[in-house]
Design a protein around this ligand. Structure first.
Ligand SMILES: [Fe+2]
Length: 423
């Protein structure tokens, strides 16, 4: 964990974020810069401005009281929206977006100021709610990698001639078949203790929940598994393309024969429907915690594999690659129960609606971060995808999306009530 006193670490983290953003925008053709490949999402140009503008507004202007560089442009780039609001989306489509050069001129000025703040400003100030325990600094440093992921699922939906990136690794090999694992009744600790370092508002407060016995799949549901569902009449996921009677997979930068052994990326609704069709259900958020972090002796771990900091051996996350890999490819990351890929290789859908924990309070530096989404229509995802930064890999981290949103790098596995096993 980077501490707020580690100035060089904060600056390095910011620069790493910015370099990754630049690489993503650099993978687009000039015309794709203005494309919005997913309906109700912004064009790429918005995110190019949004990332440093958000950092500048949150840290330099609001927390530290600095002046705008360009108030009009900062208002334009300030906030992304949820895809439900068609009125706003329609208005945004009519915006006359600035040129790439104009955006990048502003970006350089915002970046310089933010880097100077991270290096020299008073970032931890108990008297300022926006700076308590370095909140605004960590907010901006974790905000940008979240957008790397949302940017890359926009890139994945672009046509091949609108982007260029590495050739995907197409290894496709299934592990031996396995039975679901029975996890006895026990407890799971959700959330995180205040004062233990930065976390988003929806991760508080820490609390213990009782979890009944259940069984859970050792592996995620694969494209091969899901193909049977599609053949039975379900719609193919948007990552699949049908050509000459066979399905191919849209990777982030390419298109390959459908790898049967990779986890399928689907919406919450699709995951729920597949689970029911095949005799299971989605795990709840507490069940995910129990399967991922619990152990037979009743103890709990920081990560599925134990308490060691995440590395590339533990799972397919932190940009080891852009795309999934065959299920079970990271045995060193398996949980105490032998459940694989709980962190990495795709977010894991749960059946739990996104809701505040007891003790929730909107965070001063970003009060709408979670609060706008406690509507019963969003569901919790846990874990990580291939393009989730290691900075976001922690037990209490929660992600969420609309039930019918189909573009996330999100997969699932089935849970079963006690005594019920896969038919
Ligand atoms: Fe944002």
């Amino acid at each position: 964990m980077t501490l707020v006193s580690d100035r060089a670490g904060l600056v390095d983290w910011y620069r790493t974020n910015r370099a990754r953003s630049a690489a993503i925008f650099g993978s687009l053709t000039p015309s794709a810069y203005y494309a919005a490949p997913i309906p109700l999402r912004h064009p790429f140009v918005f995110y190019d401005g949004h990332l440093p503008a958000f950092s500048y507004i949150v840290l330099h202007r609001r927390a530290l009281g600095g002046a705008p560089v360009d108030a009009e442009m900062e208002a334009l780039f300030q906030r992304g929206i949820d895809p439900a609001d068609t009125d706003i989306a329609g208005r945004l489509r009519r915006i006359d977006w600035p040129s790439a050069d104009a955006v990048r001129g502003l970006v350089a000025r915002w970046d310089d100021a933010v880097i100077d703040d991270l290096a020299h400003a008073k970032l931890d100030d108990p008297a300022n709610p926006l700076l308590r325990e370095g909140e605004s600094a960590f907010n901006i440093l974790e905000h940008e990698p979240m957008h790397h992921e949302t940017l890359l699922y926009l890139v994945a939906q672009l046509p091949l001639d609108a982007k260029h990136g590495p050739v995907p690794d197409v290894r496709d090999v299934l592990p031996p078949p396995s039975e679901p694992v029975l996890i006895p009744a026990g407890t799971a600790t959700l959330g995180v203790r205040r004062g233990a370092g930065f976390a988003w508002d929806n991760e508080f407060d820490e609390h213990v929940v009782a979890v009944d016995a259940f069984a859970i799949d050792v592996h995620d549901v694969t494209n091969g598994d899901y193909l049977a569902f599609v053949r039975a009449g379900a719609s193919p996921p948007p990552f699949w393309i049908e050509r000459d009677g066979a399905y191919r997979l849209r990777t982030v930068f390419g298109e390959i024969p459908l790898p049967a052994s990779w986890p399928v990326y689907v919406s919450h609704d699709e995951a729920t429907a597949f689970a029911a069709w095949s005799g299971g259900r989605l795990p709840t958020e507490p069940e995910y915690h129990r399967a991922a972090f619990g152990a037979p002796d009743g103890s709990e771990r920081a990560y599925p594999w134990g308490d060691a900091a995440p590395t590339a051996a533990h799972g397919n996350f932190d940009f080891r690659r852009y795309d999934p890999e065959p299920i079970g490819s990271s045995p060193a990351g398996a949980s105490a129960w032998g459940v694989h890929d709980l962190i990495g290789n795709g977010w894991e859908w749960t059946s739990t609606p996104f809701a505040p924990f007891d003790g929730f309070a909107p965070m001063p530096s970003y009060p709408v971060y979670s609060n706008d989404f406690f509507d019963g229509k969003h569901y919790v995802m846990k874990g990580a995808s291939p393009v989730t930064s290691h900075h976001l890999v922690r037990r209490s981290f929660r992600n969420w999306f609309y039930a019918d949103y189909r573009y996330m790098f999100a997969t699932f596995r089935r849970a079963y009530d006690q005594g019920v096993t896969r038919p």
